[in-house]
Design a protein around this ligand. Structure first.
Ligand SMILES: [Zn+2]
Length: 477
């Protein structure tokens, strides 16, 4: 899907949902499990005579993000009214930023299509208020009616705009994964909440008109919507259909994009300075926020390689989620660090993804115990995987399923030497054909006999060890 002729830029709306209150009023941000229209007040409903009051912590969070994205922080920043009517925007304007955004000229590193590190430039980061939410009865182009929920109205949003540096849907997804990762490290954002990140993307083929695809709500959705758009634009070009610059909506259910309007221009919005908010001088504020920035993913990855002696791929995988990185550090202090990296990055993460659950469902103590049993030869690798799966699939109290108990209950203890030797003797006796094949020079026949040994020991023998013993026995006879 790359092809070199694809140009993609993203505008990502990030909700600063770790704040306690909205951007300009005291309404709680904790509305996700509440009934519609229960987290509102005269300010966020835009009633006449009300005035916005800036949430100081929101500005601090915004500076934190802009710094982490390597932006130049503007000394003075200004708010504007962006005028348009929409049912989920009761004031008929949105307070946002325009020509003096908070941060400009940043960048982040992603893993590009070719596997190399690639820098994606960030044009700007600005603050704005979130509109409410429309709930359509059916799909957007066919709904008989729509309902509006103002709980989201006035939530603090950041808009992160990239330069058109992305060349494929896959790169767009890597960018979003990395951005989410950084935001979670900064503790300003919980990506698990509904509507936490919404993405608009500009996409065009070289020399073609640009389409803007609006309001995609998941990383997987972005990849699909962009792939759909590339196919649609290529096919239109082949058929000689003239393209117009337009805005399209991504329909997640049908996995297609539909045209909603031709593109509006900035002057259509009649931006003018918000008279109810003073310009903010933030220059003096920056050093303080900068001093408190946590270690970010790229730096943590480098430290993991240097401090724990692990492979760069493992370090990248472990640091791609703050919770996994923290989990790893707890385990690595009490177990061999490379073994821990391999088991957490290659096995545990895979099992978590498969079940679509987070690492909070697993305890570092249990990981340390499993690694110690592996190292001491008490269980095989296969047995260790079985222990991890059993614990993850257990729905009750985690203390009931300690690794030691699971090993006992499921009989996963590695078979003793005598037991393995007995199984090898029996397997060789039973497998006359395979023995004959081996003697005739077919080395692979040995795998069949090892398979019989594994079956007899119910997987509790180490396959390498079984292989060695079978060979030894065959060569003796
Ligand atoms: Zn409010």
């Amino acid at each position: 899907m790359a092809g070199g002729d694809v140009i993609i830029g993203l505008e990502v709306h990030v909700q600063l949902n770790r704040l306690r209150s909205k951007l300009f009023c005291g309404c709680s941000t904790d509305y996700h499990a509440s009934d519609p229209n229960t987290h509102t007040c005269p300010v966020c409903l835009g009633l006449p005579g009300t005035l916005p009051v800036m949430n100081r912590r929101a500005v601090e969070y915004a500076i934190r993000v802009a710094l982490a994205l390597n932006c130049e922080i503007q000394g003075e920043t200004l708010f504007y009214r962006k005028n348009y009517y929409y049912p989920d925007l009761p004031k008929a304007f949105q307070i946002t930023q325009y020509d003096f955004p908070l941060g400009m000229g940043g960048s982040i590193l992603i893993k590009g299509e070719d596997g190399e590190e690639k820098k994606i430039r960030i044009t700007r980061v600005h603050m704005e208020e979130d509109p409410g939410r429309l709930v359509h009865a059916g799909t957007i182009d066919r709904a008989k009616y729509s309902m509006v929920d103002y709980n989201r109205c006035g939530m603090a949003l950041l808009e992160v705009v990239t330069e058109p540096d992305l060349r494929s849907p896959k790169e767009a997804r890597s960018f979003l994964d990395k951005l989410r990762n950084i935001l979670e490290y900064l503790d300003v954002f919980d990506g698990g909440l509904e509507g936490a990140m919404r993405i608009d993307s500009n996409i065009s083929l070289v020399g073609g008109e640009r389409a803007e695809v609006k309001n995609i709500s998941s990383h997987k959705g972005v990849e699909k919507a962009l792939a759909y758009e590339i196919t649609r634009q290529r096919s239109a070009r082949r058929r000689g259909v003239a393209q117009v610059q337009e805005t399209r909506h991504y329909d997640e259910l049908r996995a297609i994009t539909v045209s909603i309007r031709t593109k509006e221009e900035a002057h259509d919005y009649r931006y003018f300075p918000e008279p109810d908010l003073v310009p903010m001088r933030i220059a003096d504020w920056v050093p303080e926020v900068e001093a408190e920035l946590p270690e970010l993913p790229d730096a943590k990855r480098e430290r993991f390689v240097a401090e724990y002696g692990i492979a760069d791929d493992h370090a990248r995988s472990l640091t791609s989620e703050i919770r996994v990185a923290n989990f790893y550090e707890v385990v690595a202090k009490r177990a061999p660090s490379r073994l821990a990296a391999a088991w957490i990055a290659d096995v545990l993460k895979g099992e978590l993804n498969y079940r679509d659950i987070t690492i909070d469902k697993f305890s570092p103590d249990h990981m340390v115990e499993i690694l110690s049993m592996l190292e001491g030869g008490k269980i095989t690798e296969k047995g260790a995987v079985e222990v991890i799966r059993t614990i993850l699939d257990h729905s009750g109290d985690l203390s009931e399923v300690t690794p030691t108990r699971v090993v006992e209950a499921k009989g996963l203890a590695r078979a003793g030497n005598d037991a393995v030797k007995a199984a090898v003797r029996a397997a060789v006796e039973e497998s006359a054909q395979a023995v004959a094949d081996y003697r005739a020079g077919n080395e692979k026949a040995i795998n069949f006999i090892v398979g019989v040994v594994m079956k007899k020991t119910r997987g509790r023998a180490d396959p390498g060890e079984a292989n060695r013993l079978v060979k030894e026995t065959l060569d003796e006879i």
